[in-house]
Design a binder for this molecule. Sequence first.
Ligand code: IMP
Ligand code: MG
Length: 215
Amino acid sequence: MVLLILPSIGLGKAGGQVASSLPRLGHDSSVGFDRLRCGVKTLLSEERLREGVDELARQVAAHYGDRPLTIVAVMTGSLVLLADLIRRLHMPIRVSLIQASSYRGGTEPGELHLRDDMMLDVRDRDVLVVDDIFDTGKTLEDVLICIQQMQPNSLSSAVLLHKEGRQVVSTQPDFVAFRIPDEFVVGYGLDYRDLYRNLPYLAVLEESDISAQSF
Ligand code: IMP
Ligand code: MG
């Protein structure tokens, strides 16, 4: 197992910074970017995300060197991380997708569904699974079990976020960019009801943000 990096985000340091003073989410269903920003608190700024992904890429590069790598991105939350991470890596890279969905439209996990029909053949390949967040850990564990059955040469995992105190599995990701407190976060690929993925920073979605929206 490869071991990790990275700057933890203390509970105290984390939130607090209000993203903007723009009006809160309203009833208009044509939600533009500025309206999406509204009322949410920044947990990780664009700059901190860049630094974290830089460091993540350095760790992955140090581990794999020039060996060809197949990256399996867990859709859909890892899309933004995937795009940023692969452009920082210089070994030959293949990108494969697997879809996992567990949040059926809210903030509590539901039954996990895996779709592997978009997977490349990973037999005898070095495989790195990339996901947005390690919360209970069930998704990553199931994805790793699924890919292990495809007989890769090696298998490791990288996540942008590791949410503290939520894990119910013994599996741990090999590379972690940030440790965050137990808050529901959105942005940089992470969603609430399929929205907010396009926020360029990571924000905490609070009860009041959820109740304020009606789209
Ligand atoms: P786990 O199976 O509980 O580890 O959940 C992993 C998946 O749940 C992630 O890939 C996300 O899609 C989703 N998830 C967990 N926590 C959050 C969150 O705070 N915001 C948005 N999505 C989350
Ligand atoms: Mg996900």
